[in-house]
Design a protein around this ligand. Structure first.
Ligand code: AMP
Length: 389
C-alpha cells in the first residue's frame, strides 16, 4: 500500500514535525561528531521542506540514554553541524516537550532541533501522553528515519494518532520504493545473496526471500551450518549446531534455488594474514574464513545474468585481509552487473565501500535492522502508521 509522501503535502505556513535519524557517532565526551553521514543524508528532505515554506521541527534519538538526561548524548553538537551544512541558524531546544519548547515554535523557513527524544523513557515506551505532547507541537508529521521504522516508539508511531497527516520523507520514500520494488515486483531473474555470521539471525529473511527470488546464494559463516547439515566436514568453522535440522528443512524446500560455496579459503587461526589455502573439503583443525575462487566464479556468473539483486551480509571475514577477497569480488560483480541492486545496511555497506563501488549500487539501505525486518516480510510499525495515499 502506497503511503503519503512529503511531496503530496501542502507545507506552506505549516509547522512540520520531522522524525530524522541523527543518531550520529560521537567521540568520548559527546562534543565531537565523528561522522556526519546521517545528517547529510537527511539534508534533501530538510531542504525540500524549508523550500515549501514551513517552520521545521526536527527530532531524533541519539545513543541509549535509557530515559535519563545525559549531556554526553545531547543533540547540541548536531545543531551546530546542521547549521553549518544548511548555511542557516538552527535553534536548539532545551528538551523535546513542555511549554519552553512549545514557545520556540519555528516560523516559516526556521529550524528547531529538539533535544534527544530518549531522554524521556516515554519515547521508547510509546507513551500516549508523551505522544500527544509531541504531536501538539506541529500541524503535519513526516518520518524520514527508516533506521528506526521497525520500532514502535512515540515519535515513530504513537504521535501519529494525534496528527491529521503523516507522510514519508524523501529518504524513507526511497527506501520503500527500492525495497518494495526488489521484493514485490522485481525484474527477473531476481537473486538474493546472503552472508554474515549466523543463520539464526536470518531465518525469516531466507524463508521470505525464498518465495520471491529465483536463486539464493549463501556464503559467509552461515553457509557452514548448511554444509554440515548436508553431511560435509566443516572443521573448526562457525556452525550453529542447534540450527542443523532447520538448515536441512530449508535446503529441501529451496531445492535447486539454493547455491552454497563449493570451495573455501581455510586457515588454522582466526587472524589477519593467517597462513591459508583453498580447499573443497574442510579438514579437522581448519576453519573456513572466505569463499574460494570456484565459488566466486560460480556466484559471479549468476550475478551477471540477474536483473535484480538483493544483498545482505559478507561472504567471509571481510574485516581481515586476505579474507575479504570473496566479498570484494562479489561487490564488484554486483556493481558491474547492470541489475537493480539493493544492499542492506551495516557490514554489506562497509564491504561495498571498501570495494569502492558505492556509487554503482542502486540503493544502499540506511537501516540495517529495519531493512532485515523488511526483507523478512514483516510490516514496519513506523511505515504502517503513515497515512495512506
Ligand atoms: P552479520 O552481522 O550477520 O551480517 O555478520 C557479519 C559478520 O560475519 C562479519 O563480522 C564477518 O566477519 C562474519 N563472518 C562472515 N563470514 C565468516 C566466516 N566464514 N567465519 C567467521 N565469521 C564470518
Amino acid at each position: 500500500m502506497a503511503k503519503l509522501s512529503i511531496r503530496d503535502l501542502d507545507l506552506k505556513g505549516k509547522t512540520v514535525f520531522m522524525r530524522v535519524d541523527f543518531n550520529v557517532p560521537l567521540a568520548p565526551g559527546g562534543q565531537e561528531i565523528t561522522s556526519d553521514k546521517r545528517i547529510r543524508a537527511a539534508l534533501p528532505t530538510i531542504q525540500y521542506a524549508l523550500e515549501q515554506g514551513c517552520g521545521l521541527i526536527l527530532a531524533s534519538h541519539l545513543g541509549r540514554p535509557k530515559g535519563k538526561r545525559n549531556p554526553e548524548m545531547s543533540l547540541q553538537p548536531v545543531a551546530v553541524k546542521l547549521a553549518e551544512l544548511l548555511g542557516k541558524p538552527v535553534t536548539m531546544a532545551p528538551d523535546c516537550v513542555g511549554p519552553e519548547v512549545a514557545a520556540l515554535k519555528p516560523k516559516p523557513g526556521e529550524v528547531l532541533l529538539l533535544e534527544n527524544l530518549r531522554f524521556h523513557a516515554e519515547e521508547e515506551a510509546n507513551d500516549a501522553e508523551f505522544s500527544r505532547q509531541l504531536a501538539a507541537l506541529c500541524d503535519v508529521y513526516v518520518n524520514d528515519a527508516f533506521g528506526t521504522a521497525h520500532r514502535a516508539h512515540a515519535s515513530t508511531v504513537g504521535m501519529i494518532s494525534y496528527v491529521s497527516q503523516a507522510a514519508a520523507g524523501l529518504l524513507m520514500d526511497k527506501e520503500l520504493q527500492w525495497l518494495g520494488k526488489a521484493t514485490q515486483n522485481p525484474d527477473r531473474p531476481c537473486i538474493a545473496i546472503l552472508g554474515g555470521a549466523k543463520v539464526s539471525d536470518k531465518i525469516e529473511v531466507i524463508q521470505n526471500l525464498s518465495k520471491v527470488v529465483d536463486r539464493l546464494l549463501i556464503g559467509g559463516a552461515m553457509a557452514y551450518t548448511f554444509l554440515k547439515a548436508r553431511g560435509e566436514t566443516t572443521g573448526k568453522s562457525l556452525v550453529e549446531d542447534d540450527k542443523l535440522p532447520l538448515a536441512s528443512e530449508l535446503m529441501s524446500s529451496l531445492g535447486d534455488k539454493l547455491m552454497l560455496p563449493a570451495d573455501h579459503v581455510v586457515a588454522e587461526e582466526f587472524k589477519a594474514d593467517a597462513p591459508h589455502e583453498v580447499v573443497t573439503s574442510i579438514a579437522d583443525g581448519k576453519m573456513a574464513l572466505d569463499i574460494g575462487p570456484a565459488t566466486i566464479a560460480a556466484f559471479e556468473a549468476v550475478i551477471r545474468s540477474s536483473k535484480t539483486i538483493i544483498w545482505n551480509g559478507p561472504m567471509g571475514v571481510f574485516e581481515m585481509k586476505p579474507f575479504d577477497t570473496g566479498t570484494v569480488a562479489l561487490a564488484k560483480a554486483v556493481a558491474g552487473s547492470g541489475a537493480v541492486s539493493v544492499v542492506g545496511g551495516g557490514d554489506s555497506e562497509k564491504a561495498i565501500k571498501s570495494a569502492g563501488v558505492s556509487d554503482k549500487i542502486t540503493h544502499v539501505s540506511t537501516g540495517g535492522g529495519a531493512s532485515l525486518e523488511y526483507l523478512s516480510g514483516l510490516e514496519l510499525p513506523g511505515v504502517a502508521a503513515l497515512t495512506e495515499k
